[in-house]
Ligand binder design. Structure first.
Ligand SMILES: Cc1ncc(COP(=O)(O)O)c(C=O)c1O
Length: 440
């Protein structure tokens, strides 16, 4: 990659870009929502399409000079329709959260009742969690997973039938199992709700037929474009064939909610990059890579289990794994792994005993490692790295009082800063990564 102009104009920013690229190259990136955008999509993002204002939709713009932008947006839409097998797509949402908010605007009035999977049980903030405006502007009711990590269908039934929400979300950010789209949607249909599947984490699995599609059961599908779809950042809203039965004006309401209610000018360089990524995703190699992501996740899950880790739901059906590492240990492990250049995130577990900030779990996934070319052989090494880091910090655990915990956190930070074994693992991690360059 060449950044000669940036280097000349702004050496400080240029230097930071190089440092971040180096960090990405040397790090084992296990955050399951991250991916590697292809070089063609990165080139598309850097085009002068960013210069153009185009408020409105293709061939219905408020500004002139949009003939090529129109073609590009139409191309992105037609490719998305083909890939996701849906009759309607809006590709303008800036990201996943605005896409989801547009769905609320299209289907609900303020303070209507809505339902989603609780954040503490792996759900997403935008599905009505109290820290998000979706939990403040709407009367949000949340459903849960069982102690074994699987969605509790009886609880879903109770929550939906008792509260009669206008909109029901199916989807999550930390759920390692197949989503029961059919079961939840059937319950939601009994109360006449709009049903939206947020497939941000698994859209790539759905288009590769590795995960059953929500299309036959839900009215609306939203997704981010930058997770495992390995596309540039963005969001999409799709309407399925069920929309006609529920609301013939649904797609018009979605369009209106995105523009002019929530956003004005689309980010045209991003739309172009999405169109390019969609083209790449229509190729067979995309599907093959997706199968390997799941194979790697299952294998890694098995190896971690052999090392004695407790896996939520005892395994995974997709790209992510949730480990119960004990109260507060989520944060200790995340920070210690960071020192060894292994990046993942702390996460709550079902029936979390502590809190979202000091949770008992960690979440990890295989997309980036697989996109770099790593397979089962490397997953074994990754399980071993995680185990060794965890052993290094095994004396740090949850303490009873706040004062004790604060004191321990201070000691922990000093300890991991000086720990030679973590440094040794970091070197091994960098060596492994150097055999699998990101942009070959
Ligand atoms: C299931 C789900 N929906 C929506 C979002 C929001 O996407 P974005 O970060 O693009 O706003 C995320 C990502 O955090 C997610 O995991």
């Amino acid at each position: 990659m060449n950044f000669d102009n940036l280097k000349k104009t702004d050496p400080l920013c240029y230097d930071l870009v190089l440092k971040e690229m180096e960090r990405q190259e040397n790090t084992l990136e296990l955050i399951p929502s991250e991916c590697i955008a292809s070089l063609s999509t990165i080139e598309a993002l850097g085009t002068p399409l960013t210069n153009k204002y185009s408020e409105g939709y293709a061939w219905k713009r408020y500004y002139g000079g949009n003939e090529y932008i129109d073609e590009i947006e139409k191309l992105a839409i037609s490719r998305a329709k083909e890939l996701f097998k849906v009759p309607y797509v809006n590709v303008q949402p800036y990201s996943g959260s605005p896409a989801n908010f547009a769905v609320y605007c299209a289907t609900c009035e303020p303070w209507d009742t809505i339902a989603g999977q609780s954040l503490l049980d792996g759900g997403h903030l935008t599905h009505g969690w109290s820290a998000s405006m979706t939990g403040k502007f709407f009367n949000s009711v949340q459903y849960h997973v069982k102690g074994d990590g699987y969605i509790d269908i009886e609880n879903v039934r109770k929550v939906i039938l008792e509260n009669k929400p206008k909109l029901v979300w199916i989807g999550a950010s930390a759920y390692p199992r197949e989503f029961p789209f059919k079961e939840i949607a059937e319950i939601a249909h009994q109360v006449g709700a709009y049903v939206a599947a947020d497939i941000a984490h698994i859209s790539w699995l759905v288009v590769s037929w590795v995960h059953p599609s929500p299309n036959p059961y839900v009215h609306i599908i939203t997704t981010t474009t930058h997770k495992t779809l390995r596309w540039p950042r963005g969001g999409m809203i799709m309407v399925t064939d069920l929309w006609l039965q529920k609301d013939p004006d649904l797609w018009k309401k979605i369009d209106k909610a995105v523009f002019p209610w929530l956003q004005w000018w689309p980010h045209n360089h991003q739309t172009l990059a999405i169109a390019v990524a969609l083209w790449e995703a229509l190729s067979p190699s995309f599907v093959e890579q997706n199968f390997q992501i799941v194979r790697n996740a299952k294998f890694l899950a098995e190896k971690l289990q052999e090392k004695g880790f407790r896996l939520i739901s005892w395994g995974t059906d997709n790209h992510l794994i949730l480990l119960d590492v004990g109260p507060w240990r989520g944060i200790f492990l995340q920070e210690a792994l960071d020192k060894a250049w292994i990046t993942l995130n702390k996460n709550t577990i079902p029936e979390e005993p502590v809190s979202a900030f000091f949770p008992s779990g960690i979440r990890l996934g295989t997309p980036i490692m697989t996109m770099r070319g790593m397979k089962e052989h490397e997953m074994k090494k990754v399980a071993d790295f995680i185990y060794r880091v965890s052993e290094e910090i095994k004396e740090f655990s949850y303490l009873d009082t706040k004062e004790e915990r604060l004191e321990q956190m201070k000691k922990f930070k000093e300890y991991i800063e000086k720990n030679d074994s973590l440094l040794k693992i970091k070197k091994e991690v960098a060596e492994l990564c150097s055999n699998f360059p990101i942009y070959r």
